[in-house]
Design a protein around this ligand. Structure first.
Ligand code: ZN
Length: 171
């Protein structure tokens, strides 16, 4: 089932998410829908708050929706031993028509549980490391808009207010 993406400035995107206590059948169903939604919306990563669930769960596939070769479902993900710095240009399914340069760590170790509740731990670099940092930001109530400069953010807020006004006039 395709899920609706929560869009900025929805307050649900600004909340710190709660730890997942156990992998229930309901959670597995949610994960399945989340993965489908990520791929169909052409995403390389999705965080649970983006589909309206304020829990620490992300899905990631850095090979993209065409290849679908490296799906990772990560529950309660934690970054340890980040190293180096790089700048990446990022966009987000929850922040339409917006992109910004963000300073990220170059490599990191990710510890989490998988969709069976098993501990996983791996070293990530490149695009994967960036996606992980982006999605974990979501779990802490942060979007790419929060990384942008004040002026850029103000301009985007203005643009959104205008879209909303146009929509209201149509409906
Ligand atoms: Zn995002």
């Amino acid at each position: 089932m395709l899920l609706e993406i929560v869009k900025y400035p929805d307050p649900r995107l600004a909340k710190k998410c709660a730890e997942v206590a156990e992998v229930t059948p309901e959670l597995r169903g949610l994960i399945e829908n989340m993965v489908q939604t990520m791929y169909e919306k052409d995403g390389v990563g999705l965080a649970a708050p983006q589909i309206g669930h304020n829990i620490r769960l992300i899905t990631v596939d850095d090979t993209g929706p065409k290849e679908r070769k490296a799906l990772r479902v990560l529950i309660n993900p934690v970054i340890v031993d980040p190293e180096g710095e790089k700048e990446s240009e990022e966009s987000c399914l929850s922040v339409p028509s917006f992109s910004t340069k963000i300073k990220r760590k170059e490599t990191l170790t990710l510890k989490a549980q998988d969709d069976k509740g098993q501990d996983v731990c791996f070293r990530a670099e490149g695009l994967l490391a960036v996606i992980l940092q982006h999605e974990i930001d979501h779990l802490n109530g942060m979007t790419i808009v929060d990384h942008a400069g004040r002026l850029k953010r103000a301009m985007y807020d203005k643009k959104i207010a205008k879209w909303r006004k146009n929509q209201d006039q149509k409906s």
